[in-house]
Write a protein that binds this ligand. Structure first.
Ligand SMILES: C[S@@+](CC[C@H](N)C(=O)[O-])C[C@H]1O[C@@H](n2cnc3c(N)ncnc32)[C@H](O)[C@@H]1O
Length: 289
């Protein structure tokens, strides 16, 4: 029987982002100059701060469906603003926006992965970000001097990443608006290899040509392609917000890359009061050199 311990990772270097409180199905968070309240069905505990504090937020998100809704601003909050992430290794600036999907263009817990990427990549290394969204991992990788390929199905989020790249004083990311599975399979056929690969596949999605992405049907194909295009001695980071457990991630990857070393666990955010909020499952693999 395996007695392996799982990790709990949480970013430690945020100055401009913090969780002020959470509970009763919501989070109260500060993103730079704005404090926002938004739903988080995973927050199954009671809140700690009083109603008056929650009501002082600059805006709250009102859901209308499973994944969409709208923001109600309390006063003159701007709908577009900037936030900086600074650590010993990284100095990144993001443009944020209140979107109808309850997100603001950043998954702050991912800063923990940005640090790993910055630590494990060097100039001229090749880095691939699949399902890359607004590109936190892409710009963290690019700031090490690595050659970065950023793949997402939506042109608008790729344009948004370009803004983040430029605000961070960087250039030269290769943009690919394509279905992530198609791209990874094509790279496999071409024999292209990467020293670092990040994948964050959603439960469902659409490629730019209407290709249906369904995690349950296509995850194995995607992971097989990724396993084939990682360089010996390279790393893979797989994050998921879709309810796959750390144990399942571990079993999946031990079948695909049995000789790789791995760390597996949960990615979290630590609130101001010290409580941890789980955000998803994470595995990091290093292949044999
Ligand atoms: C959960 S987000 C990833 C978040 C990202 N890892 C980050 O840290 O910012 C999922 C992304 O997958 C993209 N996507 C969905 N289906 C896709 C597909 N078939 N091919 C490529 N990208 C896809 C979406 O446009 C979205 O940007």
């Amino acid at each position: 029987m395996s007695t392996r311990t799982y990790q709990r990772w949480a970013p430690e270097h945020w100055g401009e982002y913090e969780i002020l409180d959470s509970g009763d199905g919501a989070r109260l968070e500060r993103f730079g100059e704005l404090v926002l309240e938004r739903p988080d069905p995973g927050a199954i505990w009671p809140r700690q701060l009083d109603v008056a504090t929650w009501d002082r937020s600059n805006a709250h998100f009102e859901p209308t469906g499973k994944s969409t809704g709208y923001w109600i601003k309390h006063g003159a909050a701007s709908e577009r603003w900037k936030m900086r992430y600074q650590s010993k290794r990284l100095n990144l600036t993001f443009q944020l926006e209140m979107t109808k999907f309850k997100h603001v263009g950043i998954f702050p817990e991912q800063a923990e992965n940005w640090e790993y990427i910055a630590e494990n990549l060097g100039p001229k290394d090749r880095f691939l970000n699949l399902f890359a969204y607004t590109g936190g991992a892409s710009i963290a990788a690019r700031s090490t001097g690595a050659e970065v390929t950023h793949v997402d199905a939506i042109r608008q989020v790729v344009d948004w990443t370009r803004v983040n790249m430029e605000l961070s004083g960087l250039d030269g990311i290769r943009w690919v608006v394509e279905d992530a599975l198609k791209f990874a399979e094509r790279e496999r056929k071409r024999g292209n290899r990467y020293n670092g690969i990040v994948l964050d596949p959603p439960t469902w999605g659409l490629g730019p040509k209407g290709e249906k992405w369904r995690l349950e049907d296509q995850l194995i194909n995607l992971c097989e392609a990724v396993a084939a295009i990682v360089e010996p001695g390279g790393f893979i980071i797989m994050n998921t917000y879709s309810g796959i457990s750390p144990t399942a991630l571990e079993t999946l990857w031990s079948r695909l890359l049995p000789s790789a070393s791995s760390e597996v666990g949960e990615l979290c955010l630590t609130a101001k009061n010290g409580h941890s909020i789980p955000t998803g499952s994470l595995i990091r693999l290093k292949t044999k050199a």
